[in-house]
Write a protein that binds this ligand. Structure first.
Ligand SMILES: *[C@@H]1O[C@H](CO)[C@@H](O)[C@H](O)[C@H]1NC(C)=O
Ligand SMILES: *[C@@H]1O[C@H](CO)[C@@H](O)[C@H](O)[C@H]1NC(C)=O
Ligand SMILES: *[C@@H]1O[C@H](CO)[C@@H](O)[C@H](O)[C@H]1NC(C)=O
Ligand SMILES: *[C@@H]1O[C@H](CO)[C@@H](O)[C@H](O)[C@H]1NC(C)=O
Ligand SMILES: *[C@@H]1O[C@H](CO)[C@@H](O)[C@H](O)[C@H]1NC(C)=O
Ligand SMILES: *[C@@H]1O[C@H](CO)[C@@H](O)[C@H](O)[C@H]1NC(C)=O
Ligand SMILES: *[C@@H]1O[C@H](CO)[C@@H](O)[C@H](O)[C@H]1NC(C)=O
Length: 497
C-alpha cells in the first residue's frame, strides 16, 4: 500500500503550481488533507493540500485511513484519506485576527475495519459548537443523498490568533475528517457591517449581526445559472450552486443570460462580494404581465428550526433595455412576510450593470422546517414591466445564544425513504464495491495503479474539455503562493487527547 500511495501522490505533484488572480487574496489560506502522508494537489481545481502528518500522530486515539473505494463523482483529494479519532483531538491553526471560512470535508464511505453508521461526534471551533453528535452517514443518506458533505462556517478569530478545531467522538464511537480548509475574508463581508443594521423580517426591529456570531452556510446559489466552482469565486473559494432544485411549483420564470455584461462594482458592493459570473445570469418572471401578476416566483429551502437565518439577495440589472428607475419594481417576501416593498434594482444601484445586495434576518421557529423566499411584481408605482429579478442568494444559519450551530441528525425515517428512492443507485454502488473489494484482496497494487492512472487520464480529458467549454479565470504562477503556504505550521494539541 505505501508504494501505491507514493505513486499516486507523485503523479499529482507533477501538476503545475497555480493560483487564481482573483480580486481578493486571502491573508490566511490553509488546506489540510487529513490522513494523507504527503502534500498533494487536487485533481479538479489544482489547489494545494498539505498532509496532516506522515502518521506522526498515529496511535490508538488517532490514525489515518484510506477509503476502501471512491465513487466516480468523488475526487481523490481530499476524500481518499481520512483521519480517525477515538478520543478528543484538536488541530491548532495559527491565523490572523478577523473572520474566517472554516470548511470541513467528510466522505462517509467504507474504511477498513470501521462502521460508518456507528460514527457520531461533535466538532467545536474556539468557543463555538459546530456539530453535535453528528452522523455524516445519516446526513449523507438523507434526501437528497450526497456522496460527500462539505460544511462551511464563518468564525471570527480574535486576538488569540488561533483557530482550535476539536473533534470529540460520542461515547463508544469515533470521529473522522477528510479535509479542513481555512480561508480569511474581508472584515465586513457578512458580520459586523458598519453601514447599518439588518431588518428582522416581520418586526420593526433591526438585527445587529456582530462578529461574535458564527455562521453556517446553508445555501449559496447562482440563480438562473450554472454551478460556480471554488476557483472561480472572487478569492474566498466559495462554491455557488444552481437554483433549479429549490424553485417552488411549476412556475420557473425565465433565465436571461448576458455573458458580455460589464459589472461595475462600487464601494457598497465591492469586487469581492460575488464573482462577475453570478450577475451574468438571473431568474425573472417572464414577459407576460397578466401571468406574472398571478404568481410568486418562489424558492423553498429546508432549514433547521430554532435558529435565526441571514438571507442575502444579490441583484444586478444587465439586460440592455433596463436602464432607468421604475422599469422593474417588485416586492420581496421571506417566510410569507413582506421583507421589502417596491424593490427597484436600478433605483438602488444607480444603473445598469451595477450590482447590489439586500440582507434580511429571519427567525425560523421550532415548528417550521422551511425558509421561503418569494418575489412578486409591485404595481402601485405603475412600473414599465410587471416583473421581478434575482441573480444570487446566500442563506446562513446564525449561532444561537450559547454559540451553537448544531442541529439534530436527519431522522432515520427520512434516511430510509431516501435509500428506497435511490435503490437502483445503491445496488449499483454495492456491486461496484464488492468488485473493488475482491480485486483488492487478490492483486492489490497492480490493478489499483492502473485504475488510478486510467481515472486520472479520463479526469484530465474531461477537465480539458470542460476548460474549453467554461471560461475560467486566468491563472498564473506566483512566488507568493509558495511563501504564503510553506510558512504555515500545523500543531496538534496532544494534551487534550
Ligand atoms: C499518541 O501519540 C502522541 C505522540 O505522538 C502521545 O503524546 C500521546 O500520548 C499518544 N496517545 C495515546 C492515547 O497513546
Ligand atoms: C469584533 O467586533 C468588535 C466590536 O465591533 C471589534 O472591536 C473587534 O475588533 C472585532 N474583532 C475582530 C477580530 O474583527
Ligand atoms: C446520537 O444520535 C443518535 C441517532 O441520531 C442517537 O441514537 C444517540 O442516542 C445520540 N447520542 C447522543 C449522545 O446524543
Ligand atoms: C459577446 O461578445 C462577443 C465578442 O465580443 C460576440 O462575438 C458575442 O456575439 C457577444 N455575445 C452576446 C450574447 O452579445
Ligand atoms: C407560506 O405559505 C405557504 C402557502 O400558503 C405555506 O404552505 C407555507 O407553509 C408557508 N411558509 C411559512 C414558512 O410560513
Ligand atoms: C405571494 O406571497 C405573499 C406572501 O406569502 C402572499 O401574501 C401572496 O398572496 C402571494 N401572491 C400570489 C399571487 O401567490
Ligand atoms: C507540505 O506543506 C506544508 C504546508 O504548506 C509545509 O509546511 C510542508 O513543509 C510541506 N511538506 C513537504 C514534504 O513538502
Amino acid at each position: 500500500m505505501p508504494f501505491l500511495i507514493t505513486i499516486v501522490f507523485l503523479s499529482l505533484f507533477s501538476s503545475a503550481s497555480t493560483t487564481s488572480s482573483a480580486p481578493y487574496t486571502p491573508t490566511d489560506y490553509i488546506l489540510l488533507n487529513s490522513g494523507a502522508s504527503s502534500n498533494t494537489t487536487s485533481d479538479d481545481e489544482a489547489r494545494h493540500w498539505a498532509a496532516d502528518g506522515d502518521d506522526r500522530y498515529s496511535n490508538t486515539s488517532s490514525f489515518s485511513s484510506i477509503a476502501s473505494y471512491l465513487e466516480p463523482s468523488v475526487t481523490e483529494v481530499p476524500y481518499m484519506t481520512a483521519r480517525i479519532f477515538h478520543g478528543d483531538f484538536t488541530y491548532k491553526f495559527p491565523v490572523s485576527p478577523g473572520p474566517k471560512f472554516l470548511r470541513l470535508y467528510f466522505y462517509p464511505t467504507q474504511y477498513p475495519g470501521l462502521d460508518m453508521t456507528a460514527s457520531f461526534f461533535s466538532v467545536t471551533a474556539n468557543k463555538y459548537t459546530l456539530l453535535s453528535n453528528f452522523s455524516a452517514y445519516l446526513v449523507s443518506s438523507a434526501s437528497p443523498p450526497q456522496a460527500f458533505i462539505v460544511k462551511e462556517f464563518v468564525i471570527t478569530v480574535g486576538t488569540e490568533q488561533m483557530l482550535d478545531v476539536t473533534f470529540s467522538p460520542s461515547p463508544n464511537s469515533f470521529a473522522f475528517i477528510n479535509g479542513i480548509e481555512i480561508v480569511s475574508m474581508p472584515a465586513n463581508l457578512y458580520t459586523g457591517q458598519t453601514y447599518g443594521s439588518i431588518l428582522l423580517v416581520d418586526t420593526n426591529y433591526f438585527f445587529e449581526l456582530e462578529n461574535i456570531t458564527a455562521l453556517e452556510t446553508a445555501y449559496r446559489l447562482n440563480v438562473g445559472g450554472r454551478d460556480i466552482l471554488s476557483v472561480e469565486d472572487s478569492g474566498m473559494f466559495r462554491t455557488w450552486s444552481q437554483d433549479g432544485d429549490y424553485i417552488f411549483g411549476a412556475a420557473f420564470g425565465i433565465t436571461p443570460y448576458q455573458p458580455n455584461a460589464t459589472i461595475k462594482y462600487t464601494e457598497a458592493t465591492p469586487v469581492y462580494t460575488a464573482p462577475e459570473v453570478l450577475y451574468e445570469t438571473a431568474r425573472t418572471m417572464g414577459p407576460i404581465a397578466s401571468i406574472n401578476l398571478n404568481y410568486n416566483l418562489t424558492w423553498v429551502f429546508t432549514v433547521d428550526p430554532g435558529f435565526y437565518y441571514l438571507v442575502r439577495l444579490h441583484f444586478c440589472e444587465t439586460e440592455t433595455f433596463l436602464q432607468y428607475i421604475n422599469q422593474r419594481v417588485f416586492n420581496i417576501f421571506i417566510n410569507n412576510h413582506t421583507a421589502l416593498k417596491g424593490m427597484d434594482v436600478i433605483g438602488l444601484s444607480g444603473g445598469n450593470g451595477i450590482p447590489v445586495y439586500k440582507d434580511y434576518v429571519v427567525w425560523v421557529p421550532q415548528s417550521v422546517n422551511d425558509l421561503w423566499v418569494a418575489l412578486h411584481p409591485q404595481t402601485r408605482e405603475k412600473p414599465q414591466f410587471y416583473d421581478a429579478i434575482l441573480n444570487g442568494l446566500e442563506i446562513f444559519k446564525l449561532s444561537n445564544w450559547d454559540g451553537s450551530l448544531a442541529a439534530p441528525n436527519p431522522r432515520p425515517e427520512t434516511v430510509l425513504l431516501a435509500e428506497k428512492h435511490s435503490k437502483m443507485k445503491g445496488k449499483f454502488l454495492k456491486q461496484k464495491s464488492v468488485i473493488v473489494g475482491a480485486t483488492l484482496s487478490i492483486i492489490v497494487p497492480m490493478v489499483l495503479i492502473f485504475v488510478f492512472w486510467l481515472r486520472k487520464h479520463l479526469l484530465r480529458t474531461t477537465e480539458a474539455l470542460n476548460r474549453r467549454k467554461v471560461e475560467r479565470p486566468k491563472q498564473k504562477c506566483t512566488e507568493n503562493w509558495v511563501t504564503k503556504h510553506v510558512t504555515y505550521s500545523y500543531m496538534v494539541n496532544l494534551d487534550r487527547v
